[in-house]
Ligand binder design. Structure first.
Ligand code: SF4
Length: 236
């Protein structure tokens, strides 16, 4: 547990500084009780690269929902090969998944927000909560500029919903800064980014967008913008 005063101090101390400095601090402080939760986005790939510069064996995990794009699965392999690591992969529980599909069909998420949340719960949130059991802090690749739902997020926060520290080292970065890092460090990235997909999640819930569109407008595009989160970053 960390006090609100300490969180405020960390936010003040690390504001405007390179993300690696906050990463180093949290990795040294938490050891193997901190992990990057990676969706293989350019932000998470950037953080993977940065964490490996600090420690050759950081904890990095990803959630395999079973509905990812083939390009995303390829990127898991590419990342492991490039860095000589093995990303920890968490999958949904078989029984819960079978029950959900039996009761609601395989593509239930298009029917209502409730069913979409149920699918995200079974395929993402439950596996995430299993990953969290071994952690005191999680690192995320969120950026404030990504969407209306992220505009008030801070560098360091207490994640009340999950009961651990949440660290967002790239919160102040622009998309251009992330791409600059990816290109200059030859960081492997999802090939779908070159085909009009700025934000990539599960295949049935992601579509390409036109140049200039909001970068998250291709995610759950049939819902209102304020609903377009899977619950991973919910404020409770
Ligand atoms: S993003 Fe879509 S397919 Fe993936 S878990 Fe959520 S509702 Fe299910």
């Amino acid at each position: 547990m960390i006090s609100k005063a300490e969180i405020d101090r960390l936010n003040a101390d690390y504001a405007g500084r390179p993300p690696q400095e906050l990463l180093r601090y949290v990795m040294e402080r938490c050891g193997d009780r901190v992990a990057l939760s990676s969706s293989l986005s350019i932000e998470d790939q950037t953080l993977t690269d940065m964490m490996l510069e600090i420690n050759p064996q950081p904890r990095i995990f990803t959630l395999d929902t079973g509905r990812l794009f083939p390009e995303t699965y390829q990127l898991i392999d590419k990342t492991n090969l490039r860095y000589g690591i093995k990303l920890e992969v968490f999958c949904p529980q078989t029984e819960a998944l079978q029950q959900m599909v039996r009761d609601n069909g395989i593509n239930l998420f298009y029917e209502s927000i409730e069913k979409r949340h149920l699918c995200c719960q079974v395929r993402k949130l439950e596996p995430l909560s299993r990953a969290f059991r071994t952690l005191d802090a999680w690192v995320c690749g969120l950026r404030r500029a990504q969407s209306v739902t992220r505009s008030e997020m801070r560098l360091v926060e207490w994640d009340d919903a999950h009961g651990l520290l949440k660290v967002n080292p790239l919160i102040e970065w622009s998309e251009a800064q992330v791409w600059e890092y990816v290109r200059s460090h030859h960081v492997p990235y999802n090939q779908l980014h070159d085909k009009g997909y700025p934000s990539i999640g599960c295949e049935p819930c992601t579509r390409s967008v036109k140049p200039g569109d909001d970068i998250r407008s291709g995610r759950w595009w049939w819902e209102d913008p304020q609903h377009r989160e899977c619950g991973l970053h919910a404020k409770h």
